[in-house]
Design a protein around this ligand. Structure first.
Ligand SMILES: *Cc1c(COP(=O)(O)O)cnc(C)c1O
Length: 359
């Protein structure tokens, strides 16, 4: 039994009511009851994704939808925008899927520059671009609107945007910005247990998928669409998580989407203020700092692992001690999901107490 609260950037803390919503009995996935559940989620999903396109539910973690996007959409070559652990990995995954792929790489913590992207795409070699909106590993949020403006200059290039740690935390108007595919996962910004990925696919992207061979079965966009039209998924889905999704969507619209965005921005500012007050710095430039988590640079050279352990052992609060190659050189604090001014203030006060022994 874990006796501490998660403030790591995913999985995040899950509200008791969300767990309770999952204890609804399972039904047959070809039954009218399932169709009703599936279809009851669609209007809210389309509203939240700000799209007229269908929103599919994939029983997988986000990587399933990420890999699936590459397999469904690439005929020529993928350009993977690389600016952190998840976006870097997408190049490797694309190649493992047998696709020809190249990276547009920047240092961790730096943003993807729209002009660099334009230069790369001008070669005409690429027909898909992958982008991680919010690089969870470094707390950096890419300038998505500016990047989409460039992508819209290239109508033959399909855009695939990972919003795993930003979806529902900040506005991402899919149709207005012309994004082809947006995907996200359940266990981060949506604050549900892991195991469900959500993705929405544009008409243009479906037309591409029709021309691509080797889409496989489990993540085939055309299979998803065929089943979606009947209010179903291609294979047996993780039904308890779809109950949790229905509950989560209702809660999001009860709070109001704009209010949710404002809350995330305010909580994030509280963490930023703490960082500045303690003499720490952010890893990314302030302008590109994520609004759903904070990646703190360990410029004070504290024992990060010791700090994180003490906070968990003594205060029962779990933050993250840095991801991959920046472990120990950074630490991360999530303000995703259901956090409030009270819970973040509590976290920061407890961090204060523990930190005093480490500086
Ligand atoms: C966590 C994360 C992923 C991977 O998600 P899984 O659910 O583990 O597959 C991908 N992209 C980003 C930005 C993430 O934060």
């Amino acid at each position: 039994m874990i006796d501490y609260k998660l403030h790591i950037p995913g999985p995040v803390n899950i509200a008791p009511e969300t767990y309770q919503s999952m204890s609804t009995p399972v039904m047959g996935h070809r039954s009218q009851d399932f169709v009703a559940l599936y279809q009851s989620c669609q209007p809210n999903l389309q509203k939240l994704f700000q799209t007229e396109d269908p929103v599919f539910l994939s029983t997988s973690s986000a990587w399933g939808a990420m890999e699936g996007s590459v397999r469904n959409l690439t005929n020529k070559k993928v350009l993977c925008c690389m600016c952190g652990a998840f976006s870097d990995k997408w190049l490797d995954v694309s190649r493992r899927c047998g696709k020809s792929a190249e990276g547009l790489q920047v240092e961790w913590g730096k943003n993807i520059d729209p002009d660099d992207l334009r230069k790369q795409l001008s070669s005409g070699e690429f027909d898909v671009v992958t982008l991680v909106h919010n690089e969870t590993a470094c707390g950096m949020m890419n300038p998505l609107q500016e990047i989409m403006q460039v992508l819209n200059e290239f109508p033959d290039v399909i855009s695939v945007v990972d919003t795993v740690s930003s979806f529902s935390a900040v506005p991402i108007p899919k149709d207005e910005w012309g994004i082809d595919v947006i995907l996200t996962g359940s266990q981060k910004a949506l604050a549900m247990p892991p195991g469900l990925a959500l993705l929405t696919v544009s008409e243009r992207a479906f037309r591409r998928a029709e021309e691509v061979e080797g889409r496989g079965y489990y993540f085939d966009f055309l299979e998803f669409r065929k089943n979606h039209e009947k209010g179903m998924t291609p294979s047996t889905p993780v039904i308890p998580l779809i109950h949790a999704l229905k509950h989560t969507l209702e809660k999001i619209f009860e709070e109001g989407v704009e209010a949710r965005h404002t809350r995330h921005a305010e909580l994030n500012q509280m963490v930023h203020a703490w960082v500045a007050e303690k003499g720490f710095e952010l890893l990314p430039e302030k302008q590109f700092a994520s609004k759903s988590l904070t990646c703190v640079k360990n410029n004070l050279e504290i024992d990060v692992a010791g700090f994180v352990n003490a906070l968990r052992e003594e205060k029962k609060l779990s933050i993250d001690g840095g991801y991959g190659k920046i472990k120990g050189k950074t630490f991360r604090i999530s303000n995703m999901g259901d956090e409030t001014a009270e819970t973040i203030a509590h976290l920061l006060a407890q961090m204060d107490e523990v930190l005093a022994r480490f500086v």
